[in-house]
Design a protein around this ligand. Structure first.
Ligand code: ADP
Ligand code: MG
Length: 404
């Protein structure tokens, strides 16, 4: 079945192609549709969240250059918006050379997906504070790297996302480091044998600064930031709770914003960037990594800002203005993960009780398939302060259970 297409649009009909159709893509698609755009959702599997709300869908291997290019030639989108890291960046580069518009640009996508490239840009080129790190290509170099950065440390593959292939080294026996190196390259995206060894810092909190770049009236690009989002992972690699605004010291937040602006301006192009930073227990603000797209922890902006991160991304991508965004209320988000192993079409129980708490909202992503630690839904709440908002989503989550 084909959905109907918008017939009143911006000054010309606009087609947006989303590469990646997860929960972030779903919101991007909705925001694009709100502006009268036609949206095309692409992912590696059918029934992905953004496909439920888009005009069309395609299921292809997103690492296959020819597959991505073939879709672009067939659909001729006005903008291509990558939503995940696992995309053939060669396809994006070649399409850009042929005149397609990639958001924010193919080079930013290439740099941000590669931890070693990104460190080179952030630490060497921009001289931003990061954790101590060392690049290793084999077991012996990994041992040398761990000795240099100190213990505890963490070995990560050159390319991966969602914490895949991360291995924490506690004491530093050679055996442990060899195991860590093998684990990291075994869980890498692609065939690279390179890893990054990072000093493991004690976190006070984690911050995401959403920075956006949009076309200004003069024809140049303006850069703005949202108020920092704070988040906590309870020792896991994926985020559990995020909240905004942060109540950390003003100077800390100012230095987080200034780092984030430098990163976004270096990567360039139009759109939003989720810049991840660590605030360490000893008071350091360190750049960690960046997603050149809306960020999962930034989903909280759906209740806290007058324009959420998805609306900002779409407006910026389409060349529309995004003047200063304001916080309309303190708020919190809490991500719901599945604990089921391989389950098709699961259900969420306890929704009635969760939604009985005043001000609590729920987003069910509608993923067809769940597995352990897959994010399936999100709770959102406003409050008179972030503590109250957090209490609401925590209470709501105690009622929810994902079942077969
Ligand atoms: N060097 C580090 N020290 C302390 N915690 C870390 C370090 N690196 C990663 N982490 C933790 O792991 C999470 C995921 O790491 P990250 O590098 O962002 O990987 P991914 O690309 O998978 O998101 C971080 O948000 C943080 O909680
Ligand atoms: Mg991260």
């Amino acid at each position: 079945m084909r959905n109907s297409l918008p017939l009143t649009t911006l000054s010309k009909p606009i087609k947006v192609m989303l590469l990646g159709s997860g929960e972030l893509g779903k919101e991007i698609s909705i925001e694009a549709q709100r502006l009268g755009a036609e949206t095309i959702a692409v992912d590696r599997y059918d029934f992905a969240p953004a496909m439920h709300v888009s005009s069309k869908r395609y299921i292809v291997d997103m690492m296959n250059k020819e597959a991505i290019k073939a879709l672009a030639y067939r659909e001729r989108p006005d903008v291509i918006i990558p939503e995940v890291e696992a995309i053939s960046f060669e396809a994006l580069e070649e399409l850009e050379d042929e005149g397609f518009e990639v958001i924010p640009n193919s080079d930013a996508v290439r740099i941000a997906m590669n931890r070693i490239e990104l460190r080179n840009v952030a630490s060497v080129q921009l001289n931003l504070p990061t954790t101590r790190y060392f690049v290793a290509e084999n077991e012996e170099e990994a041992i040398e790297g761990c000795e240099k950065v100190g213990y505890p440390c963490i070995i990560k593959p050159e390319m991966s996302s969602s914490g895949h292939g991360h291995f924490k080294i506690k004491e530093g026996s050679k055996e442990e480091i060899r195991k860590g190196y093998t684990y990291a390259i075994g869980h890498a995206r692609g065939k690279s044998k390179r890893v990054i060894v990072e000093e493991f810092v004690e976190l006070e909190t984690e911050l995401t600064v959403l920075v956006y770049r949009y076309e200004s009236e003069s024809g140049g690009i303006s850069t703005e930031t949202c108020e920092p989002v704070e988040h906590w992972r309870y020792g896991k690699y994926h985020y559990i709770e995020s909240w905004q605004p942060s109540v950390k010291d003003k100077n800390i937040l100012a230095s987080a914003k200034s780092i984030a602006i430098k990163v976004a301006n270096r990567l360039g192009g139009k759109g939003i960037f989720g810049v991840e930073l660590f605030l360490t227990k000893d008071g350091r603000v360190l750049f960690s990594e960046v997603a050149p797209r809306p960020h999962d922890t930034g989903m909280v902006t759906m209740v806290t800002q007058d324009f959420n991160e998805f609306a900002i991304h779409v407006r910026a991508a389409l060349g529309l203005p995004v003047p200063k965004v304001d916080i309309i209320s303190p708020g919190a988000s809490l991500a719901i993960y599945s604990s089921l192993e391989n389950s098709w079409s699961s259900v969420i129980e306890g929704v009635y009780s969760a939604l009985s708490i005043p001000g609590v909202g729920l987003r069910i992503f509608g993923k067809p398939f769940s597995y352990k630690d897959r994010r399936m839904a999100l709770l959102l709440a406003r409050g008179k302060n972030t503590e109250e908002a957090l209490e609401k989503v925590r209470k709501a989550s105690s009622f929810l259970k994902i079942k077969q």
